[in-house]
Design a protein around this ligand. Structure first.
Ligand SMILES: O=C(O)CCC(=O)C(=O)O
Ligand SMILES: [Fe+2]
Length: 360
């Protein structure tokens, strides 16, 4: 079984409450779900696929000289040399140490590189110079549509979390939406995962949780490889589904929802023979926004009971508050994330939180 698939066309009809419940379940129980009939036209999606695939035909040569390819070749060459000529450990007769050294190099490769070629688009980016015709026009149109979908989805999350409509967007603007000084950051990462001759030695993209807010992914129709870690701790496929949009929630929605929406670990496996295309759009807070749990989602300590003889009061509300996340600047979080993307998120929250306290 794959991640939940939700028919989004029913959100504005009589079945709205069922769809809201499906989305709530996707956010709370999975952190990943897929939308079909999401309102972005098939015609536009077909054009997006075409221009992105054409783009990679142009970039293909460049990948042959990229870091992952060079590192993989180096590990394989070293291994060949070792087998052919023996290395220092072999010469000393220590085969176990020789095998261990090889293992270490392989592990380093797996820990340090991703078998992917990517570039990112945002509102003020330089457009790729070697892009095919219609790339810019198509991607601008696509980004506009996906951004609209992101904002609609965030309002649904407001409703599902019992927050005032527009709360999350406003939080992404540092609470100053109307001043237009801090705007959410909206980026689109165009990724290509070329075939990998040794998929057992390297990942397409190492396991991580996403740093930001809401992620809307338009993945390949046919070539799989994306997996998420479910609540039971199993890696399961995010199954390719033609022209669907995959939604997942990032670390900042985990904080704002005070842990109700946990960002899920995910990874991309390298594929031995196929090219995989994916286009991930990130709707993130402004770098200047202060992020913290929504106060309405934090239980505050109840006032002390006035009477001692109140037998009905079992004190269950009086738990001293349950705020599970610190307050921090999203920009600080991103700086920490850039060096610790492939590590657990909790120390990142703590580090950004301590930094914030120090500058107050
Ligand atoms: O390529 C994909 O399917 C996922 C990409 C991803 O997880 C990311 O860019 O953070
Ligand atoms: Fe990701």
């Amino acid at each position: 079984m794959g991640v939940p698939v939700i028919d989004f066309s029913k959100i504005d009809g009589p079945e709205r409450s069922e769809v809201l419940a499906q989305i709530a379940n996707g956010c709370q129980e999975w952190g990943f779900f897929q939308l079909v009939n999401h309102g972005i036209s098939e015609e536009l999606l077909e054009r997006v696929k075409k221009v992105c695939s054409d783009c990679y035909k142009v970039r293909e040569e460049g990948f042959k000289d990229s870091l992952p390819v060079r590192l993989l070749n180096k590990v394989l060459d070293d291994d060949d040399d070792r087998r052919q000529y023996g290395n220092q450990y072999y010469l000393e007769g220590d085969e176990a140490a020789a095998a261990q050294a090889t293992q270490l190099r392989l592990q380093q490769l797996k820990n340090n590189v991703d078998w992917e070629d990517v570039f990112t688009l945002h509102d003020d980016n330089q457009w790729p110079t070697k892009a095919p015709p219609q790339f810019k026009e198509t991607m601008m149109q696509y980004r506009k549509e996906v951004k609209k979908l992101a904002e609609k989805m965030l309002e649904i999350m407001d409703t599902n979390l019992g927050l005032e409509k527009g709360y999350i967007k406003k939080a992404f603007c540092g609470g100053k939406e109307e001043l237009q000084v801090q705007q959410p950051f909206f980026g689109t990462k165009v990724s290509h995962y070329p075939p990998c001759p040794n998929p057992e030695l390297v990942n397409g993209l190492r396991a991580h949780t996403d740093a930001g807010g809401l992620i809307l992914l338009f993945q390949d129709d046919a070539v799989g490889g994306l997996q998420m870690l479910n609540k039971e701790g199993e890696w399961i496929d995010v199954q390719p589904l033609r022209n669907a949009i995959v939604i997942n929630t990032g670390d900042q929605l985990e904080v704002i929802s005070n842990g109700r929406y946990k960002s899920a670990w995910h990874r991309v496996l390298a594929m031995p023979t196929a090219n995989r295309r994916s286009i991930a759009s990130f709707y993130n807070p402004s770098l200047d926004a202060t992020i913290k749990p929504a106060p309405d989602l934090v239980r505050v300590p109840a006032p002390a009971p006035v009477r001692d003889d109140d037998d009905d009061d079992d004190g269950s509300d009086n738990i001293g508050g349950d705020r599970a996340y610190p307050e921090f600047l999203f920009g600080d979080y991103m700086k920490i994330y850039s060096d610790h993307k492939f590590q657990p998120k909790e120390p990142r929250f703590q580090a950004a939180g301590s930094f914030y306290k120090r500058i107050l």
